[in-house]
Structure formats: C-alpha cells, structure tokens
Design a protein around this ligand. Structure first.
Ligand SMILES: *Cc1c(COP(=O)(O)O)cnc(C)c1O
Length: 854
C-alpha cells in the first residue's frame, strides 16, 4: 500500500539536553574528538546512520534514549564540559590578539571577508568538490583557532556535489542528492523583524533575484551562505544556486554575480545586523568572486568617488589568491555575454551595480583582442596583493601573467606566494594525535613551530600506530569494494572474496584526488606487467588503494578512471589494488592516514599545491611525489622520495620516463626499506624516515602556518593600505591625479648616461667600492615621484640580468644620481639603471606597468 502522504516524527530534545543542539550548530565539534564522541555515545547506531550528522541525528534518537541521557549524570557532565570548552574557545584571546595585531590595537584594523565558491568543512555540509574547497574549509578553521577576525561568504547549493558510483564496465555514474536545510548545520540569519535576511541582485529584464542568507558557524568564524531557492523567486532564479560547477557559462556568470555582488551586500548587511565592523579586507579565494570588487567600486562611486579613485581604494583592501597554473583552469567568459548582465539596457551605466560605468569595469578583465573576459585578470587588477599557493606556483603565475606588467621581468611581477597548509586537528587521526600529545605535551600547537620532540617517538610506538591505521584502511576498503560491486550488479553470494582483499601488513600506497588528466592517475599503469610483479611479490607484498571523482563533463578523466578500475577488476590483482568510489572528506581521513606512502605524480608544474600529501605527512605517511606543488619546496630525501621530472617536450615520452622512475624507486628503495626489519623485528629504517618527515616537514604544512602567513604578509598590509584611504579622504583623489600625471609624463623620462667609476678595462677587484653615476631626465616629474635604481646581477643565458639586486640612487649636488656599492662575489655582473614610479599607495614597483631603463 502506498502512503497518501508522509510525515516526519521528530523527537523533542529534553530541556536538559538543549545544549546539544548548540554544540551541533557550531562546527567546531568536527575538529574536537571529545565532542564528536559525545554525539556518538548518545546513540552510536543513529549517529552512524545519519552520516555522523548531529543535526540530522538529534530528532531521530528515540524519546526513551533521550530521557535516559537527560538523567545520566556522567553524560550531562561530559556535555557541560563540552559547552564550557566551546565557550572558552570562543571567548579567549588567541594568537591574532596576542601577536599579529598587538602593535595596532586589538584587531589591527583588520576585519576580513573571505569569498570562495566552495567550502569543504564537514561531509555533512556538502558544498565542496575537492582541494580548493577543503583548503577554504581549513582556512576558516585555522583562522578560528588563531582568532583572526574573518567572515566567510559562499553559496548554499540545493544539491551537493555528486556522489560517485561505477557501472559494470567501470564508467563513472553520477547521482545528486538534495540538501535539506533542516539537516544541514546552518541557520537562517534573522533580521531585526525576525525574518530571514535577504539581499538581492537584478538580472536583465528587470528581474530582481532575492538571495536568502544562512550562516554556518565554524568555531569563531561565521560562514554566510547565499541561497536563491526562495519562494518569491521565479523557477529560473531559484535554480541559480542549484549545484556546484554545474551548468553552462551563462549559469556560472549568474552564480558568480550572486557570490560576488550578493556576497558583498550580504556581508555588509550581516555586519550591520550583528554590530560588527564592516570588513576592511576582502580575500578572493580564486577568481570566482571577482565581481565583488566591481560591487565595491560601484559603492564608492555612489558616495561620490570617480572610477579610478574607487578602484585605487578597493584595490588597497583586496587580496587575490590564484589556484591554477594552467590557463584552461581559469574562468573565462564571453565579454559580450557578461556585458549583457552588467548593462542590460545598454545605457553604459550598470543597472546591476548602480553607478558603475560598464566599459571601464569590463576593461579590468578583458583580454587583449576584446572578446574574452578573464576572471583571473580581474582578480589581479582589483587586488593590490595577490599570491599563488606554493613557491613554484607563485613563479609559474608570475610568468603566466607577465603580460599584465609590461616592461618587467618575470621575478618582478607582483604575485607572491603563500604555501597551502592543512588543518591539523581535522586531518590528524586519533591515534597519531595521541602520539603528538605524548611527545609535544597537551599544548595548543597552532602557534608552535618547533616539533622536534616528535623525534622521540619510538619505533615501537610508531609501528603500533601505523599498523592500526593501516588495518582501519583495509577494513574500510573491504566494505567499500563490496558495496561498490553490489551497486555494479553483483550478487552478494559471489562477493565473499571482497572480505579478504588487501593485507593489513603489506606496504600500502595511497592515491586519491580529483581525477583530472594532469594528475596522471594511470601513470602507474604504464607498464602493467611490471606493476603486477611489484604488487604480487610474495615476499614483499605491496598494495594500492585509489579513489577520486572525475568532473561529470571531463571525458578523458573518466576514461583514466575506467582504465584504472578495469585493471583493479582483474582477478589476478584485485586483492592488491582497490578503487573506492565516492571519495570525500570522511574517506580521505581514513585512506590518507592508513597509507604508508602517499603517491602524487602530476605533470610538473601543473599541480598548484596539492594538499592531500600534507595530510599524509601529519599522519606519519611518507611522501612519494613528483617535484611539484608544495613538495617542490619541501622535498627532502630523509623524509620521502622524489620522482625526477623528465626534461623532454613530448608528453608520451615524458610519461614513459617518469613512470619508469616511479617503478624503479618503488622496486629499489621504497619496497625494500618498508620490509626491512632490524634485530628486534622493527622497521627501524622506515620509522627513522617517518620521524624525519614529522619533524622537518609537518610543522611547515599546517593551515595555522598558512593563515599566519596570510595575516602577516597580506591581511595586515592590506588593512593598513585600506585604512590610509579612510584616514585621508583626499588620498584617493590625490593618488589618481598623480597617477594620471605620471602616465602622461612618462614618455619624457629617460636615463641619459651611466658611468661606473672605479672600473678598469671592464674589471674590478672583488670587494672594492664602485660609484655609479647616472644622468636622469624626469620631464615635469619631481624626484619624489620616482625611484631611480641600479640593477645588478649575474648574466643569464639570454644576456639578461637574473635575480637582480636593486640599489637606490640619490640625486647629488651636481644634479646627477649616484650610489656607492661593492661587488664581492667574483664573476660576470650585468649592470643598468632604471626608473619606476614611486608613491606611498603603490605596493610594488611593477604596479603601474611603467619603467624606463638605461
Ligand atoms: C585533500 C583533499 C583533496 C585535495 O587533494 P589534492 O592532493 O590537493 O589533489 C580533494 N578531495 C578530498 C576529499 C580531500 O580530502
């Protein structure tokens, strides 16, 4: 019989247990083991069935069990302890208050709005697809731990990112699940009248789209989530926030309008509502929220600023982080399509962002040629400070965007880097965490940088812990492989073999990440017979566990995945290699922690950072990677293995050479070391490497380190730069007038003559002093408008000065510019003189793209 309708019967939480709901609504429980254990102990079965989601779980616990817990003094005591701990966590001063902003008052004038298209915080808030989102989630958690005053802005998707399964042939199947706000750890933001806060944006055709604002509380950090699935919107508008990275360009533009423009409106309304200072620094995590800059420019113009003044002011307080070193990874839109959204009536003044002159705004992002609008270019133009996510990625980005700073060599392109990190409390497994506590003491290590005490962990302790983690992984893999085969149409009766796959004592290699072609999931299959020999060695068994989703539209990615699945389906190896469908945060924790070796073999330098390997390091798993992303700057033979990059153009040959190196290192180094036992039966050599990795690498890859770097290198300087404009309302006008004057006069700037005194026949004794004198023509400009510098350095292959040293010249009595210096290192040194504009508002010499060289 079919029911006429369905109703949900929810248990009421007894008053004594009311604090559980508050605990559940602050996502800090996700990185506090005791709090997670508290929810679990209320009803382990219901907790597991809810997907470890306390919000969904509480209404499902039986009234009897709730009444029992409400009388259970020990349960109540644990609950009160958690409530107290959370309160202390939220109220006590932290690193930011103690250190970062100490000199500048309690908040250093900084209050940061952090925009991202995705946030990976907990599997129970499925609004992420992969690394970018998880990085954003870890950023919020560490900002919270460190007390950084940050408010985040993202989208609340009606459908989570897809869940993955396989068909019989190993082809990826996608299924989307509806996100029910009642089961998500979010609450509506209520306005003064007790209604849900909404903001709006107007689309062409006079369509006003209402955006409801929700909040998820991540420790101290509020995450505002924007949702267009609102009753007053038409069907099309309700679908704007339907799903992450779905739909066409049109859809993406509208999503980004909601995130960027709606986001600024939401964060301002929210700040006013809760009485918090409006944000002074806007951090764009990837280019998706670039329109936020245009909205802020429009707002300045509504208060009377001109376009250039507004841009100067907005730039000062904006930080842009780029995440991809491949041009195809950048959001690019048809310029005319975007124009139709910004300027629906063709009047030249935007209807979407009042007062914004559309063509001037579009010019910030339009590529040469005029047809394509590039969100990364907008990011660099609207943010005075920008960065890549590892040192190598910073360098690659400088080369990639050099054209935006004509006249400057790659090293001077003003894109820095802050190397990614991972949130330790989220990614460390419980048994490893216990070892850390034992070695380092039970201290808040988010600001502890010396982890050398981890070297005191014994072989025995590490072996016991690592064996346990590997066993957990094997158990999980068996469950997932069996489930997967049931979904692929196998009968339970033919799946007994899945209970015995993998070996809790074999060397376990993990590989899990999004399946994009550049990550080369199938590199390990280059020589299938050789791989089989490695896996099937009876004396020294090796096994591989693989996971990862491919973007639904990425056909080559799905083909890679199918190849791997088909290999793993082979009866001869299926007990040694397993593919686990539906990779997510929860699977990642077990898979990464339980792997002895974490393999990463992208095409260098296409992996901007990669963070899964950092999670592995924290857990005592060893790195086996191409020299790319974060490993390029931290690689260390005592802490892992590096696959050399083949210096050949042809991709197929390069793959073959690098695959060969991969096998070779496995066969010659990794496998023997893992299976080597000392007289006591211990893996002493292996654990020595684990200790090195923990001591030397782990402290450098935490999100705490990353967020501290953002605060010191980017947020506080941006806050200072932005506050200069607030303190001096005339500054924007002055700067803009100065800039126009400098641009106008620049053609008259020239370096006439350069003389090096103290050089004899082109040679000089090391260490002796030289004087450099230059005649510089400035036209109408004043000395203070420019920086005149000697540029010195070694000569490179193309006759250019590499890694130049800059020495300022000063104007002497005789009107000429001069500097004295000594050259100490022997060798051929190149020297020239150059002039660049100088103004307190400028953060880099290359910013105006003006330079004159001798
Ligand atoms: C860490 C993580 C990623 C990112 O991994 P990369 O190494 O950066 O590719 C992707 N998905 C999940 C579920 C993760 O936990």
């Amino acid at each position: 019989m079919k029911p006429l309708s369905t109703i949900t019967v929810a248990s009421d939480l007894p008053d004594a247990l009311a604090p559980l709901r508050d605990l559940a609504l602050n996502l800090r429980w996700t990185w506090r083991r005791q709090a997670a254990d508290l929810f679990r102990s209320l009803d382990p079965a219901v907790f597991a069935a809810s997907g470890e989601n306390p919000i969904a779980m509480l209404p499902q616990v039986s009234a009897g069990r709730l009444a029992e817990a409400a009388r259970d003094e020990s349960f109540l005591a644990r609950m009160r302890a958690e409530v107290g701990d959370l309160r202390t966590y939220l109220d006590s001063g932290r690193w930011f208050q103690r250190t970062a902003a100490g000199a500048q008052g309690s908040d250093g004038g900084a209050s940061i709005a952090y925009f991202s298209m995705e946030f990976g915080i907990t599997p129970t808030l499925p609004i992420y697809s992969g690394g970018l989102g998880i990085l954003a989630g870890d950023h919020l958690k560490s900002a919270s731990d460190l007390g950084v005053p940050l408010t985040a802005v993202g989208l609340l998707y009606q459908w989570g990112y897809f869940s993955q399964s396989l068909d019989r042939s190993g082809w990826q199947q996608e299924e989307y699940r509806l996100n029910d706000p009642a089961e998500l750890p979010v609450e509506p933001v209520l306005d003064g009248a007790g209604e849900q806060l909404t903001v709006s944006v107007s689309l062409p055709g006079g369509r006003e789209v209402a955006i409801a604002v929700w909040t998820a509380q991540v420790g101290r950090v509020p995450l505002l989530l924007l949702d267009t699935n609102v009753g007053s919107n038409d069907e099309q508008a309700r679908q704007i926030t339907d799903r992450l990275y779905g739909g066409d360009h049109e859809h993406r533009i509208v999503q980004e309008i909601v995130l960027g423009i709606g986001g600024v409106r939401a964060v301002e309304a929210y700040s006013a509502l809760v009485g918090a200072p409006a944000p002074t620094v806007f951090h764009l995590n990837e280019g998706h929220a670039g329109f936020s800059g245009l909205e802020r420019v429009g707002r300045r113009m509504q208060s009377g600023a001109g376009f250039s003044e507004a841009v100067a002011e907005v730039r000062a307080g904006t930080v842009f982080t780029t995440h991809t070193p491949v041009p195809a990874g950048i959001d690019r839109f048809d310029a005319s399509q975007l124009r139709s959204y910004l300027d629906a009536d063709g009047s030249g003044l935007s209807h979407l962002i009042p007062s914004l002159p559309v063509e001037a705004a579009l010019a910030l992002g339009i590529e040469e040629g005029g047809d394509v609008f590039n969100m990364a270019q907008l990011g660099f133009r609207i943010a005075q400070r920008s960065n890549g996510v590892a040192k190598l990625h910073g360098a690659v980005s400088r080369a990639m965007f050099q054209d935006l700073y004509p006249g400057f060599d790659v090293p001077e392109v003003p894109i820095g880097s802050v190397t990614n990190g991972v949130h330790r409390r989220t990614w460390i497994s419980a048994p490893m965490d216990d070892l850390y506590k034992k070695a380092l003491g039970d201290v808040d290590i988010s600001s502890l940088t010396d982890w050398s005490a981890l070297s005191t962990l014994t072989d025995h302790e590490l072996t016991e812990t690592r064996d346990g983690l590997r066993a957990d992984l094997v158990a999980m893999a068996r469950r997932h492989v069996k489930d997967s085969w049931l979904r692929r149409g196998a009968d339970e009766a033919e799946l007994a073999w899945t209970d015995h796959i993998l070996d809790p004592n074999a060397l376990t290699i993990g590989f899990a990440r999004r399946v994009s072609t550049y990550k080369r999931l199938t590199l390990m299959l280059s020589d299938p017979e050789r791989l089989k020999r490695i896996l099937l060695d009876p004396e020294r068994p090796v096994q591989i566990v693989v996971a990862g989703k491919s973007h639904p539209a990425d056909r080559p990615g799905k083909e890679f995945l199918q190849q791997l699945v088909q290999f793993a389906d082979d009866h001869g190896v299926r007990h040694r290699i397993a593919f686990l469908p539906d990779y997510d945060i929860r699977m990642a924790s077990v898979l990464i922690a339980g792997s002895d070796v974490w393999l990463n073999n992208p095409i260098r330098p296409e992996e901007a950072s990669g963070t899964s390997g950092m999670k592995a390091v924290l857990n005592g798993s060893l790195t086996f990677s191409v020299s790319d992303g974060w490993w390029d700057e931290m690689k260390d033979d005592e802490a892992g293995w590096t696959i050399p990059t083949a210096q050949v153009e042809d991709q197929a040959r390069r793959d073959a050479i690098e695959a060969d190196a991969l096998y070779e290192i496995l066969e010659q180094s990794i496998v023997p070391l893992f299976h080597e036992r000392d007289a006591r039966g211990m893996q002493h050599g292996w654990m020595t490497k684990v200790r090195s990795s923990l001591v030397k690498v782990a402290p450098r890859i935490t999100a705490a380190r990353m967020v501290r770097d953002y605060v010191t290198d980017l947020y506080l300087p941006a806050a200072r730069a932005a506050s200069a404009f607030v303190a001096d309302p005339a500054l924007a006008g002055e700067f803009t007038a100065w800039k126009a004057e400098v641009q106008e006069a620049w053609s008259q700037v020239a370096v006439r003559e350069v003389i090096l005194e103290g050089v004899q026949e082109g040679t000089v004794a090391a260490g002796s002093e030289l004087t450099l004198v230059a005649d510089v023509e400035l036209g109408p400009l004043r000395d203070t408008d420019v920086l005149v510098e000697a540029v010195l350095g070694e000569i490179g292959a193309e006759d250019e000065i590499i890694e130049p040293q800059l020495i300022p010249l000063r104007r002497g009595e005789d009107g000429r510019w001069a500097a004295r210096f000594a050259l100490s290192a022997p060798g051929r040194v190149g020297c020239t003189v150059r002039v660049t504009p100088q103004h307190p508002v400028l953060a880099s010499r290359a910013e105006l793209g003006l330079v004159t060289t001798a």
